[in-house]
Design a protein around this ligand. Sequence first.
Ligand code: SAM
Length: 302
Amino acid sequence: MAPSVAEALAWLRERLKEVDADTAETEALWIVAHALGLKPARVWLERRTPLAEETWRWLQEVAKRRQAREPLAYLLGEAEFFGVRLEVSPAVMVPRPETERLVEVALERLVEEKGRLRIADIGTGSGAIAIALAVHLPHATFYATDISPEALAVAQRNAQRHGVAERFQWAIGSLFEPFRRPSGREWEEGLPLDAIVSNPPYIPTALLEALQPEISRYEPRQALDGGADGLEVVRALLEQAPFFLKGRGWLFCEIGHDQGERALAWARSQPLWEEVEVLPDWGGRSRVVVARRAGEGASPWA
Ligand SMILES: C[S@@+](CC[C@H](N)C(=O)[O-])C[C@H]1O[C@@H](n2cnc3c(N)ncnc32)[C@H](O)[C@@H]1O
């Protein structure tokens, strides 16, 4: 016979302690709440209710997968980012709290901008950054790209889910490729952009295997691997982005906590950037490169 909610919670907590004793209690509560379709705070009210057999089987399966270090967000199929609930799957990196800082920094600057903003999200993954911005910037339109068609499909569903899809265009391609296809140049009408946001892959290849198993075994490698020194994609982005921005247009790019000085030096060596800075996350570590394109509103495409 299936156990009661309280018994299942205790059983799950014990299994999850083998993964991480500090988070076992909270994770067990989230998983049971998800299984019952309740908010975590309401689970205790149901403590004497027997679980349905099917729910109990699902919990046992989830415990096994979590013990194999599958990320909780993949097991639940969703994650919370900047107050927005997003579908996630192994096709996308689980959005991180550090990236909320990028959204915050971008919003602080973009809410002051007048007119209909055009914003590109390069490497959109689950769509986390662009969708969080879209929710708060009702007059902005978005061009979201990724090299992964599977990731883009997840992002498209997330944009639908949050009622912002009609302000999005999507394309598969590396960096700014979708803006300059020789035949079609499908997105040229979107240029010049007012802002570019990106959380590119920035982990040095040699460090990938040493990451915690939730990341190294399950998250898409192309979402993580930043090449030999971690900065290959960041450098390419800093090099190419000014050609797609209007004068005084913004770049917001996430970097690793130990990459601030190198990213800053690279950005400053590029003649089309001015006002380059690296802002810290809430832990005080380097996290977001902010740069403005030189020039007074002139389009590099004019
Ligand atoms: C670190 S993840 C970020 C995902 C999402 N923006 C977020 O912040 O949660 C990087 C994403 O960039 C994509 N990507 C990697 N290299 C790329 C490239 N050269 N051009 C476009 N997208 C790329 C990956 O597929 C992945 O979805």
